[in-house]
Design a protein around this ligand. Structure first.
Ligand SMILES: NC(=O)c1ccc[n+]([C@@H]2O[C@H](COP(=O)([O-])OP(=O)(O)OC[C@H]3O[C@@H](n4cnc5c(N)ncnc54)[C@H](O)[C@@H]3O)[C@@H](O)[C@H]2O)c1
Ligand SMILES: [Zn+2]
Ligand SMILES: [Zn+2]
Length: 389
């Protein structure tokens, strides 16, 4: 089959690789009909996530048709259309049964590696390096889905791929980011980053009762989308001092909650940003946390800091003094996709939201390298690429 493979920083190729096979009774094989490129894939593309190996198949946002089932999978049938959460979860362990699916104890065969760095291992993830299990991803014609009895969700009739594809990751991720803000009526939420995750965080913050959402980025078409579709007030951090303006916009109090929808490759236009870039290039600091720093400093006293942006390792110049003395609450994590999939599907069915608004590019799988390039460089107004195998 054809699959998008990682060959090193800034080098992805569409290779011919062996088809996946059922390896145990809880597996399924899905023939992929739609798959997307995520901001998290850019961290791999740019070479900032360790333990990638040449030839690894990328992709963790995918859906398709069930073509083969292990003997223990009874909840779906051959031919069913399904979406697949990017987090792999067993459904039986302490964490899965506590609704904390991205912390599954049984789905990361390389857990020992994660434990060395993090103390404990999070769940396995599709197409996301060997530290997260080394699973083949879904930017391919077929994928093997482990624990398919809990990891496949049947799509109800009448919904298109584009309406449901983002249930695999970015819609739940934006929603969990907003939920982690503990929004109360009247709250003002500020969102750093107007990429796909930021856009869904904005929409979700309103769905959860925020009175105002203020979104921050520097890419004009992303700010435009946040304002047109998200109904957010927008700030271009290259034109204004976002922290100062947020203070003015909130009567001096600062937002009640802040969301980091940027992650470890934040762009920094100040001295600190330059410092991060040099340290990251020298591999002295894995992550560039400009947006997170700014969000913490801007957050109002007693507020919530919700981190959806991905981080891999250690952060420099983390404003712990601001966080501690302003009594901020931090919430974060890889998304517990399984928890949100059904309720968010209902929102789509009820017409509360049509997630396809985010798509700017539809490309055949063969053009994945071009898709990565325009998404990374924000060329051609690219916000979200969907690949069609
Ligand atoms: N927690 C999870 O489970 C989960 C799931 C999906 C994605 N993510 C992470 O969420 C983050 C965003 O993903 P995405 O797909 O939206 O990516 P993206 O790269 O398209 O979007 C990031 C946006 O942040 C903006 N940005 C950069 N520096 C900034 C700064 N200093 N201040 C404000 N904005 C800034 C960029 O211009 C861009 O629009 C990534 O780190 C990704 O890995 C996490
Ligand atoms: Zn993703
Ligand atoms: Zn589990």
């Amino acid at each position: 089959m054809k699959a998008v493979c990682w060959h090193g920083a800034n080098d992805v190729r569409v290779d011919t690789v062996p088809d996946p096979k059922i390896l145990n009774p809880r597996d399924a094989i899905v023939k992929i009909t739609s798959t997307a490129i995520c901001g998290s894939d850019l961290h791999l593309f740019n070479g900032y996530i360790p333990t990638m190996e040449k030839g690894d198949i990328l992709g963790h946002e995918f859906m398709g048709e069930v073509v083969e089932l292990g003997s223990a999978v009874k909840n779906v049938k051959i031919g069913d259309r399904v979406v697949v959460p990017f987090t792999i979860a067993c459904g039986n362990c302490y964490f899965c049964t506590s609704d904390l699916w991205s912390l599954c104890d049984n789905s990361n065969p390389n857990g020992w590696l994660a434990e060395k760095i993090m103390g404990h291992s999070p769940s396995g993830l599709f197409g996301y390096s060997h530290i997260f299990g080394g699973y083949a991803g879904g930017q391919a014609e077929y994928a093997r889905v482990p624990f398919a009895d809990v990891g496949l969700f049947k799509v109800p009739d009448g919904l298109t791929d584009e309406q449901v594809l983002f249930l695999t990751d970015i819609f739940p991720t934006g929603y969990m980011a907003a939920e982690n803000c503990n929004i109360k009526p009247g709250d003002i939420v500020a969102v750093w980053g107007c990429g796909p995750v930021g856009q869904f965080a904005i929409r979700s913050a309103f769905m959860l009762g925020a009175e105002r959402v203020i979104a921050i980025d520097r890419i004009p078409e992303r700010l435009q989308m946040a304002s047109d579709y998200g109904k957010a007030e927008v700030l271009n951090y290259e034109e204004v001092d976002a922290g100062e303006v947020l203070k003015e916009m909130t009567g001096g109090r600062g937002p009640d909650a802040v969301i980091d929808a940027v992650g470890l490759e934040a762009h920094g236009n100040d001295l600190m940003g330059l410092y991060d870039r040099v340290k990251q290039e020298l591999r002295l600091e894995p992550d560039r946390p400009t947006a997170l720093r700014n969000a913490i400093v801007a957050c109002g006293k007693g507020g919530h800091v919700s981190v959806a942006g991905a981080y891999g390792g250690f952060l420099d110049k983390f404003p712990m003094g601001a966080a501690m003395n302003k009594a901020l609450t931090f919430k974060m994590g890889q998304t517990h996709v399984h928890r949100y999939l059904r309720p968010l599907l209902e929102h789509i069915q009820n017409g509360d939201i049509d997630p396809s608004f985010i798509i700017t590019h539809r490309l055949p799988l063969e053009q994945a390298p071009h898709g990565y390039e325009i998404f990374k460089q924000k060329k051609d107004n690219c916000i979200k690429v969907v690949l069609k195998p």
